[in-house]
Design a protein around this ligand. Structure first.
Ligand SMILES: NC(=O)c1ccc[n+]([C@@H]2O[C@H](COP(=O)([O-])OP(=O)(O)OC[C@H]3O[C@@H](n4cnc5c(N)ncnc54)[C@H](OP(=O)(O)O)[C@@H]3O)[C@@H](O)[C@H]2O)c1
Length: 284
């Protein structure tokens, strides 16, 4: 039976889903909620099953394993008070879209940071967390030695795989997100509606070609396929509302700063201009 205790910040859709898998693997999961109290969540799986997830409140104990599943823009506020409680051999598992959310609140160098890149999908209604897709999830930290606890978790997390080049996997996801998310937010449209009409197609092509320009400068073998992958995902998820559009419609802060913003910051360091991303970021 695993002995590790996991602390969770961000017990929303993805955090609760991940917590349910940690609990199934026998880990103890404690939540650090904004209200400082225990949480009771209910997952509704795509096949209609319902599952209660009880997340007891953490005390002020030190933290060895931390799952970070707040929206990227909430990371700094959520993480800052926890830094003094991190053990020197702590491990952080980041379950977020976008990149660079930990750059603003750097964790001590001794802390191992692992990233999850997932195509799972879930959303929250007032009562429940609805799991709409269980697909693939890659986990890695850029090295080739998985943490010990991963072996206990793998049987309980469908589609979870160790990935040696997690940064590239993050870029692959970010590339498509940087095309679909801001355009759907701008046009207030569902993903599939990006394929309706020459004007939107042209905007997609401009954004995708700038992504490929940047990433081919980082990876000589970058496949230059961002437009094709963006079209495929827009078609496969045609009826979906992107997370960025959902945030805009709900008046919440979006993750733009960690998606297109991260692209722009990386491009600036390489002396590259991405005018379509720049202009879209300003518009949003
Ligand atoms: N949902 C998906 O299908 C999906 C898929 C792939 C990736 N992602 C990514 O996963 C990440 C999480 O997304 P999500 O959909 O799970 O978001 P979410 O449902 O909004 O959950 C975020 C949670 O973080 C909590 N939180 C915010 N600030 C906090 C703080 N300072 N301390 C403690 N808790 C705090 C919120 O608490 P309150 O309840 O109090 O607001 C909320 O429960 C995002 O980066 C998202 O892009 C999501």
């Amino acid at each position: 039976m695993p002995a590790d205790i996991w602390h969770l910040i961000g017990a929303g859709s993805m955090g609760t889903l991940a917590a349910s898998r940690l609990l199934a693997a026998g880990f103890d999961v404690r939540v650090i909620s904004r209200q400082g109290r225990s949480l009771q969540r209910r997952l509704r799986w795509a096949d209609g099953r319902q599952q209660g997830v009880t997340l007891p409140a953490a005390g002020d104990e030190s933290i060895r394993r931390l799952l970070v599943a707040v929206k990227a823009g909430d990371t700094r506020l959520a993480l800052q008070p926890l830094l003094p409680r991190l053990c020197s051999d702590a491990q952080i598992l980041r379950l977020q879209n976008g990149m660079g959310s930990l750059d603003e609140e750097p964790v001590p160098a001794s802390v191992r940071v692992l990233h999850l890149v997932t195509t799972d999908g879930a959303w929250r209604s007032a009562e429940d967390i609805h799991v709409v897709a269980e697909n693939d999830t890659l986990i890695g930290d850029g090295g080739d030695i998985p943490p010990r606890w991963l072996a206990d978790l793998l049987p309980h997390w469908p589609g979870l795989k160790w990935c040696q080049d997690i940064e590239r996997a993050q870029w692959q996801k970010l590339a498509v997100n940087a095309v679909i998310n801001p355009l759907t937010a701008l046009h207030r449209c569902r993903n599939g509606e990006l394929l309706d009409g020459a004007e939107r197609e042209q905007k997609m092509a401009q954004l995708a070609s700038e992504v490929d320009k940047l990433l081919s400068a980082c990876y000589p073998d970058w496949p230059m396929d961002t437009l094709q992958r963006s079209r495929d995902i827009a078609r496969q998820t045609a009826a979906n509302t992107s997370s960025m559009l959902a945030d805009v419609l709900a008046g919440r802060e979006t993750e733009l700063h960690f998606i297109n913003g991260y692209l722009l910051r990386r491009a600036q360091r390489l002396g590259l201009a991405l005018p379509a991303h720049q202009s879209l970021t300003c518009q949003l």
